[in-house]
Write a protein that binds this ligand. Structure first.
Ligand code: DGJ
Length: 731
């Protein structure tokens, strides 16, 4: 396992427990991709065939050899200007508009431990297990531009994970512009593939789309300045027959929270190319003489056993090597959030009575959402004015927090740090701090503008304001919201506007890095109108994210199902809300809402005073149940047990890593009279063993359960839900 360079065959092999990634250094100094898939010990160089292909040009170094063309050969970093007409991963422009780059190998190093990326979130390896990770750094050079490109590969062999990032160093005399940079590009010489993407919209994120990669260029992404609700920066490439439990598949996940793009195509000779990286339209990044540009990284993973295993690789990676801080492997507080119950209509009395109700059902924390600051009574004002509205709060924020603490609850608070309202003191003082193009009236989103986080003085001001609030009381949780897309890209401070969106994200990351260092005990939950910035980049700073503004438990089945392909349950915040549901008007039993929300970090978001005594009792029992299973939910292996887009029920389970217990849940999605019996088939139990279902005391043969399933009760009533806790029996 690990990284090897075969001098004789001039081949680089990166091997993990189950996969091998291989490419060769050809005699002309080009890096040609050979293979990614099941672990191999052989050399895949024989796969390359050199043929004279019409209209595919030949680089000067091969003289008259018409069989050598970069237009046909598989590549590690397809660059525009090399003669490859397929979609490039790297495009560089000179001041005069010339776009061409010719990269050749200079040197490489292999070292222990995984590389880090300055100023960017990245997979990290804990100090005690650095020996297990390795880095390969390859230096390529364009001698005309004097441009050095460093290809970085990291490997975490046990997790079947390889990472890729790129650094570009300008050693020439003039500034060059990066116009396109996709840090990972995979060329599959053989095979027919499907692409799975995770698309959506506000309140309906990460729905699964599976399509054939054919002779066209498919492109998904976000031009919104954030990774977005519309597409998630994560891809799965699968062989045609691959299912959850069978077949080869690959993941590509971008560790970045700004705009991204991903492309998939089959070229004219049948090679499949799939790439992911920075979004092109918003990117024209100047790299001046002596400067280095560092890209975010892409996570690659491979599974030979279908999507479940691929998800496990990503879940383990994100839990242990992306998420950081005190809460990464700890139970999260069960919280009651004020938003859906009260919106902006909060005051001291309503918050304290919500706190008492929250304590009454056994919650751990009260989170005061939007509306506590400035003159904020709706979404038209006050963003940027981060001082407490003492009139509303009936005194200082600190005294409110003390009262909440006295009730026996922790206290959490909502912020939207990256935004500014035109109706705010901050805007009166610094209108130029908002991103807007001189001479144009900016496009508003939720009647707010975006603060120019690429500027240090802007970040510093907001940072100080937020710290002053955090220092004013015992605040143990922050909800970091972000509620619009970026349209008007112009920063007063930038030497070139083509850098602003990228520098904006670097600014957000720097801010979060400082904040998490200064307040290591504060749990931060990411949010962007729900899941509009649900990505591995944010998870580096915020170990959980508000999954969606849609709290309807039935819609949530689709959202949580899609999210589960790339992200572990520990990162997913899910709350019980009122019925009929705020977003859909659907009526569901509180028991179903509870089971649906025990999918990650659990909480409530409704006016608890409106619950009946029976419902309050049920909520109390739900919290107790959640606490009983939270370790299993947050750190067990997650399995999808049905496809909610097709099946009549949504089933899922969490299985302890040692197989000793499993929590199987199912929500009935469709009901009709005199219907067939639905069987939920658990996965991941220990073969040859007996499990007892805790509530009934019934014992089951694990193999029988996994092959024939467990019948779900037949009960009248819309959207019933069931939970079964299986315990491994001693032999
Ligand atoms: C959008 C979030 O997703 C909601 O949960 C809530 O915090 C509102 N913003 C507040 O404005």
């Amino acid at each position: 396992m690990g990284i090897l360079f075969d001098e004789g065959k001039q081949t680089f092999s990166i091997s993990t427990k189950c996969s091998t990634y291989q490419f060769m250094l050809d005699p002309h100094g080009f890096l040609l991709h050979l293979y990614y898939g099941k672990r191999i010990s052989g050399n895949a160089g024989y796969l390359l065939k050199y043929l004279d292909r019409g209209f595919s040009g030949n680089p000067a170094c091969v003289v008259n050899d018409r069989t050598f063309s970069m237009d046909v050969l598989p590549q590690e970093l397809p660059a525009w200007g090399s003669g490859d007409f397929r979609s490039p991963a790297f495009v560089v422009e000179k001041e005069d508009g010339t776009r061409s780059v010719d990269l050749r190998y200079v040197t490489h190093t292999i070292r222990t431990g995984k590389y880090g990326l300055p100023g960017l979130p990245a997979v990290y390896v804990n100090e005690d297990d650095t020996a297990e990770s390795e880095t390969l750094e390859i230096v390529l050079k364009d001698s005309v531009l004097s441009l050095e490109v460093h290809l970085l590969y990291g490997v975490l062999p046990e997790l079947d994970v390889i990472t890729r990032a790129i650094q570009v160093r300008n050693k020439g005399a003039e500034t060059v512009y990066l116009d396109k940079l996709l840090p990972a590009s995979l060329d599959f010489i053989t095979g027919e593939y499907d692409l799975l993407t995770f698309h959506g919209r506000h309140t309906m994120e990460r729905l699964v789309q599976r399509m054939t990669i054919g002779y066209s260029e498919e492109r998904i992404g976000s031009r919104r300045g954030a990774s977005s609700h519309q597409h998630n920066p994560m891809l799965v490439i699968a062989e045609k027959e691959t299912t959850d439990t069978f077949g080869d598949c690959y993941a590509m996940q971008f560790v970045y929270s700004g705009g991204f793009q991903a492309e998939a195509l089959k070229d004219q000779f049948g090679t499949t190319r799939v790439q992911i990286g920075l979004q092109e339209e918003g990117f024209h990044y100047p790299v001046a003489t002596g400067e280095t540009f560092t890209s975010p990284e892409v996570i690659l993973s491979f599974s030979r056993d279908g999507f479940d295993k691929l998800s496990h690789n990503l879940h383990d990676l994100i839990r242990d090597h992306i998420c950081r801080g005190k809460f990464k492997n700890r139970p999260r507080p069960v919280l009651v959030n004020s938003w859906e119950g009260s919106l902006w209509n909060i005051d001291k009395n309503s918050l304290l009575s919500l706190a008492r109700e929250a304590k009454g059902i056994g919650a751990d924390m009260l989170v005061v959402d939007d509306g506590w600051f400035g003159n904020r009574d709706d979404d038209n004002s006050s963003l940027g004015d981060w001082y407490a509205n003492e009139k509303k709060l009936g005194g200082t924020l600190g005294s409110l927090i003390e009262e909440v603490n006295r009730i026996g609850l922790k206290y959490g608070l909502w912020f939207e740090p990256e935004m500014i309202s035109e109706q705010s003191r901050l805007y009166e003082m610094h209108p130029d701090w908002a991103l807007q193009i001189p001479g144009r009236v900016p496009i508003r989103g939720r009647n707010q503008l975006v603060l120019d986080f690429s500027r240090k003085e802007v970040r510093d001001y907001i940072y100080d304001a937020i710290c002053a609030i955090l220092d004013s009381g015992n605040i143990e949780y922050i909800k970091w919201d972000y509620n619009r897309s970026i349209f008007d890209v112009y920063s007063e401070a930038a030497d070139h506007q083509g850098r602003v969106l990228y520098d904006y994200m670097l600014g957000v990351y720097e801010f979060l890095e400082n904040l998490t260092n200064q307040y290591p005990d504060v749990l931060i939950e990411g949010c962007s109108g729900g899941g509009g910035r649900y990505d591995a980049g944010m998870l580096y700073y915020t170990p959980q994210i508000w999954t969606s503004d849609n709290t309807d438990p039935i819609d949530r089945m689709l959202i949580q199902y899609g999210t589960s392909f790339g992200y572990p349950a520990s990162t997913l915040a899910a709350h019980v809300s009122k019925s009929p549901n705020e977003q859909t008007g659907r009526v569901t039993p509180i028991s179903t809402r509870g089971i649906a929300a025990m999918y990650g970090s659990f909480g409530y978001e409704l006016d608890l005073a409106l619950l009946t005594e029976e419902e309050k009792q049920e909520a109390r029992e739900q919290i107790a149940t959640y606490h009983r299973y939270e370790d299993l939910i947050l750190s067990g292996d997650y399995y999808r047990l049905s496809d909610p887009a097709k099946d009549a029920f949504c089933g899922w389970s969490f299985v302890a890593k040692d197989g000793t217990e499993a929590l199987v849940s199912a929500v009935i999605l469709r009901l009709c009279s005199n219907d067939e019996i639905f069987y939920v088939k658990p996965k991941g139990l220990k073969s040859g063993c007996i499990y007892m279902e805790e509530e009934t005391g019934d014992c089951y043969d694990a193999d029988l359960l996994m092959s024939a399933g467990l019948p779900l009760p037949k009960e009248a009533g819309e959207h019933r839900a069931y939970q079964f806790h299986f315990i491994l029996q001693p032999e």
